[in-house]
Design a protein around this ligand. Structure first.
Ligand code: UD1
Ligand code: CA
Length: 453
């Protein structure tokens, strides 16, 4: 097998996306299109990767970082012109795999089969084709008596050519030397006035070279993202596959089409996911947890048998047997130990909540450390911000905090202490004590009568 160089075409404006963002930076199942393509080249073990950038090049180049060499296409004069920019970097004796940045669904298996077919056949070029029920917009594979004759673009096709359902996926393998020679000869003589990469095939055929068409059975994988409808279609296909994979691994998903799970998420068996739930980023959900309905988790770790309902959590760790929601909001830095309850309309941020503690209703707990078996009464607020800096609130094990308490941080509450309802606590409270801060209740008898007239 010869050395493989992969060239990813990603310089186009993506005019049909009608967007300020370069096309390859649009998100698909939680990551930009270009990441899907790069991840595949890495999984194929290809070390030599060149990405052609142009439109929005700074954003794309920054995003790619060290994952690929970058070559700039100053003006976007077509796919052939794009590949030409990389020609000086291509070795004569290498196999050049060309991928499009806007084709994220091609599977590893399809690409590996294409590479194998190309290398075994000894062809100068191999084009990956697929049969599409609705081929509109794609280049068509022209054959005569079953023999490949070339590729014609939709805009240049004759009416009878538009009937052809075998399309060019835009993914190819080339013999390095022959590719470089042919690229020099392409001319922008077509309906779009562009340098078409697909014209390389005519040139190679005319000089008597062997060209292979490798047809994949998985036409869905060939979907190219040119507009937002195709982006949504690709996303539907990917989410559907992810859900099916998890269901086959023992996860119950109720009304699956309403549940979105990103590719890096990990889920244990016997987890139940209720409708309208979105699980994003690097979230991990351990066995026997019940998530949703209407819950959004992003980069969270949920240990065994958590119950989370109608809630939002980001960058949070949720311990075993925790019960969250409905309507809780766990913000970054929240760490809940085993058996914590966080109830309705509670927000927690950058705080550790000890084993078996409860924050059941209407509270804000920020920058705090709560011990074990603490009970926080309804409406309790940590006043963590003095207008300049954030301060911590510490509450010892078994403390009982009455409803509507304000903790003005920094403040420390000792173990086994009780805070009277309605107190604004500004000073530390020792262990085993009661702190109460409110004015004495007055009773004025016959108040209404005394104020008559
Ligand atoms: C291309 C193919 C078409 C194929 C289809 C598959 C050509 C002429 N046509 O059409 O046969 O069916 O893909 O999806 O190749 N790009 C650049 N620089 C440019 C122009 C494009 O880097 O100057 C990049 C784009 O960013 C994109 C890729 O090349 O990632 C394909 O370009 P696009 O304009 O989407 O080509 P299609 O019209 O889809
Ligand atoms: Ca395209």
């Amino acid at each position: 097998m010869s050395h493989i160089t992969c060239v990813i075409l990603a310089a186009g404006k993506g005019t049909r996306m009608k967007s300020d963002l370069p096309k390859v930076m649009h998100q698909l199942v939680g990551m930009p299109l270009i990441d899907h393509v790069l991840a595949k080249t890495q999984k194929l073990g290809i070390k030599d990767i060149i990405t052609i950038v142009g439109h929005g090049r700074d954003i794309v180049t920054d995003h790619i970082g060290t994952r690929s060499d970058i070559v700039i296409q100053e003006k976007q004069l077509g796919t052939g012109h794009a590949l030409c920019q990389a020609a000086p970097k291509l070795k004569d004796d290498s196999c050049v795999l060309v991928l499009s940045g806007d084709q994220p669904l091609l599977s590893l298996n399809t690409l590996a089969c294409l590479l194998e077919h190309h290398q075994l056949s000894g062809a100068a070029a191999t084009v990956l084709s697929a049969v599409m029920e609705e081929p509109y917009g794609y280049g068509r594979i022209i054959k005569k008596d079953g023999v490949f004759q070339g590729i014609v673009e939709e805009k240049d096709a004759q009416p009878e050519q538009k009937e052809i359902k075998e399309i060019n996926t835009g993914t190819y393998c080339f013999q390095g030397h022959e590719l470089k020679r042919a690229l020099q000869l392409i001319k922008p003589q077509n309906a779009q006035g562009e340098y078409y990469l697909t014209d390389v095939f005519d040139i190679l055929l005319n000089s008597g070279h062997k060209i292979e068409v490798f047809r994949t059975k998985h036409a869905n994988e060939a979907l190219g993202i040119n507009n937002r409808c195709q982006l949504a279609e690709a996303e539907d296909l990917m989410y559907d596959q992810i859900r099916k994979d998890w269901m086959m691994e023992g996860v119950t998903i109720i009304n699956p089409s309403t549940v979105l799970i990103d590719p890096q998420v990990k889920i244990g068996k016997d987890v139940i996911i209720h409708p309208f739930t979105i699980i994003k980023g690097t979230t991990i959900i351990a066995e026997h947890s019940v998530i949703g309905p209407s819950t959004r988790l992003e980069n969270c770790t949920c240990l065994q048998a958590c119950h989370i309902e109608n809630s939002v959590a980001k960058d949070a760790i949720i311990g075993e047997d925790c019960v969250i929601g409905p309507f809780a909001y766990l913000r970054p830095g929240t760490v809940l130990a085993k058996g914590v309850k966080v109830g309705d309309f509670v927000e927690i941020k950058n705080s550790n909540i000890g084993e078996g503690s409860k924050v059941p209703h209407l509270s804000y707990i920020g920058d705090s450390d709560l011990g074990k078996k603490v009970n926080i009464g309804a409406g309790t607020i940590t006043c963590n911000y003095d207008g300049k800096q954030k301060h911590r609130t510490v509450v010892g094990d078994h403390a009982f905090v009455g409803s509507n308490t304000n903790f003005v941080a920094p403040v420390t509450i000792g173990k086994d202490s009780v805070i009277g309802a309605g107190s604004t606590i500004t000073k530390n409270v020792p262990d085993n004590s009661l702190a109460i801060e409110r004015s004495q209740q007055k009773i004025i008898n016959n108040w209404l009568k005394a104020n008559d007239n």
